[in-house]
Design a protein around this ligand. Sequence first.
Ligand SMILES: C[S@@+](CC[C@H](N)C(=O)[O-])C[C@H]1O[C@@H](n2cnc3c(N)ncnc32)[C@H](O)[C@@H]1O
Length: 355
Amino acid sequence: MSSLTIPPSTPLYDDEPPSPEEGPPSPRNIIEPDSDLSDNGHETGSCDTSTKSVRESIFNFIKENGRTYHAYQAGSYLFPNDPPELERLDLQFEILKVLFGGRNHFAPLENPRKILDIGTGTGKWAVQMAKKFPNAEVTGTDLSPIQPMYYPANCKFIIDDAAEPDWMIRPSSLDYVHTRVLLGAFTDFREIIKKAYHSLRPGGYLESQEMYSMLFCDDGTMPPNYPLLVWQRRQDGAAMDAGRPMRIANKLKRWYEQAGFVDVKEEMFKLPINSWPKDPQFKMLGRFSEQNLLDGLQGFSLAWFSRVLRWTKDEIEVDLVNVRKAISDRSVHAYLKIYVVWGRKPYPNEVPRQS
Ligand SMILES: C[S@@+](CC[C@H](N)C(=O)[O-])C[C@H]1O[C@@H](n2cnc3c(N)ncnc32)[C@H](O)[C@@H]1O
């Protein structure tokens, strides 16, 4: 496996799909819709500058249908890496931060020394963690050199393929491994969990903050032919055909436990797809979520539908017209589920507690 340190000055940025009504809604967090269908309200209320040589090829991004894609291990990740996608990732970061009540992590971390963020993207999470834990060394890895120019001295970014069998990390050396929004990136996410287990010290934590790629609705306002739902099922099918499943979030807890993690916890958050909720906080989140979906839709579709389903760009663009309208339809009370799962690597001879 070749891994490359990115110079900080680089200017870059197995089962069937469930029915949308699947599972009883949790009475604790049913989101109440706003009866007003318009959305006019405003209720919400020491840089490391060292450089190392980097193989030029990782910057020779693949250009396709007007978007760019990663060059290192080209073809393995089907979402773009160009400025519009990076802006969207930053917006997504802010949305999740608000949704999680300002938290970057749920695992009970105590003075962690070595933190690894797999698929770090624009590196926002890694930078914030480096600031919060100045005694920690935070490493973010990614296929694309899209991390910021300036970042704290205890933070570093590496181009590395997490799908490689060997992470080239000393076994039992990490305190905390984090993954976020990696649906569709890997052929088998259980391999990532296994490698994290191997790399963590006993007592260290793995945490995944993952989006489940299906829409849900608690009040029957989402028809089966809702274009965003139809689009989602198509994308899910393409991902299954490509052997890179999207629906991993709801399986993480089981996979963590099967890998040997203990004290595995799961929390699920509902993210409305637009500003349909009445609650001001959810309405604001919905507004940003709508923006995020509208900004991302083309990038979410182009490579999956053209490379896997063999659609032309024009066919894809025509299809997206109705999907865009659907995203902004406030009469449909749809939401996404965001799962946060964390678990601890047991100490030697520790007897797992019965849960
Ligand atoms: C949807 S983005 C999420 C980025 C970041 N975790 C966040 O929450 O903003 C997924 C990231 O995973 C990276 N990625 C995909 N496959 C990868 C792999 N095999 N190894 C390392 N990174 C990968 C992509 O390049 C992309 O930046």
